[in-house]
Design a protein around this ligand. Structure first.
Ligand code: MLT
Length: 326
């Protein structure tokens, strides 16, 4: 190699343009912050940590979870929407923050379908209807009758207006004319702790969050709001089996701020797909009553389609149930 070629290469490597190109191809070159818009220990946090740990191994850089709770998850998602689109701040929102919130917050600072770069669906999980261990009801119908007869003294926990536990709980209560006292948390992780402690009476929450406590007998489960029983809870009936017409599937989705470069999106999409294909993660999802997206629903297009169809589906349902942010 001639001296002039060597000098040219040395100069190119230190020039800003060339350095920029190298930095792009080297993504990620530092840890990636993943905003979880709810408290630690809840379903969004748990599923993010499961796939995040696998993605960290694939990407060679850590995905660091930052819990930014408040306002039913909309505080954290607003921060994610307003972040620099450089691939170092992404987020995992859910069916609440990404499809119910627009119907409930007049001044929401993001549009779930337009303010983000969609990366992909993380998981689906049916809601479970659960109560504190000591609540005197043997099945779902008896539980509904109990709440109706005692609503002035009965409390329901949820993760803030627009969260999945709030939306699904609101629809469940509306269906049966229940008006419990609502107790608001920054996520259903802390709400579940209070349910186990007997400080609140019931929740409609993601199976993912409550399966270990149901299995351990520290809370009671009346039904899974799905058409089939969960493999990990073979004794808990579906809502249909329990005589009630209430189906509710929750989901989580990974997003970045709008304008994320396509090559960064492709890197994250591939890492998420690799996590979904991992047998250990598949088995963990089954244990937690969750499923990953089917092949055709993976990636940005699958999540975009889901967000748009869920906003269209849930907005009129919430209006009909009279749900508001107050
Ligand atoms: C919800 O109700 O939206 C979630 O359960 C919140 C959470 O992940 O804690």
């Amino acid at each position: 190699m001639g001296k002039s070629l060597l000098l040219f290469l040395a100069a190119a490597l230190v020039s800003p343009g060339f350095g920029g190109a190298l930095a792009q191809t080297a993504y990620p070159s530092k840890p990636i912050t993943v905003i979880v818009p709810f408290a630690a220990g809840g379903p969004t946090d748990v599923v993010t940590r499961i796939v995040g740990e696998h993605m960290s191994r694939t990407l060679g850089r850590q995905l660091v979870v930052e819990n930014v709770g408040g306002a039913g998850g909309t505080t954290g998602m607003t921060r994610a929407a307003q972040a620099e689109p450089d691939g170092y701040t992404i987020a995992v929102g859910n069916m609440g923050t990404q499809s119910a919130a627009p119907a409930l917050y007049a001044n929401l600072k993001y549009d779930p379908a337009k303010s983000f770069t969609q990366i992909g669906i993380v998981n689906f999980t049916p809601q479970a209807i659960v109560s504190k261990k000591g609540l005197p009801a043997g099945d779902l119908k008896a539980f509904i009758a109990y709440v109706k007869a005692n609503q002035a003294t009965t409390s329901q926990g949820h993760a803030g207006v627009g969260s999945i536990s709030h939306v699904s709980g609101t629809l469940f209560n509306h269906l049966f004319g229940l008006k419990p006292n609502l107790v608001v948390y920054r996520g259903t992780g802390p709400a579940l702790n209070d349910l186990v402690g007997g400080h609140i009476d019931y929740m409609v929450d993601q199976s993912l969050n409550v399966i270990p406590q149901i299995q351990g007998g520290s809370i009671k489960a009346y039904a899974i709001a799905a058409t089939a029983r969960l493999e990990s809870l073979p004794d808990v009936p579906t809502t249909g089996e329990a005589g009630v017409d209430f189906i509710f599937s929750a989901w989580n989705g990974m997003v970045g701020p709008k304008g994320l470069p396509p090559e960064i999106v492709a890197t994250l999409v591939a890492a998420l797909a690799k996590a979904h294909d991992d047998q250990t993660i598949k088995a963990r999802f089954v244990e937690l009553g969750s499923t990953g997206p089917a092949g055709a629903d993976r990636g940005p297009a699958g999540l975009q389609k889901l967000v748009e169809s869920e906003v269209a589906r849930i907005t009129p349902v919430l209006k009909a149930a009279g749900a508001t942010a107050n």
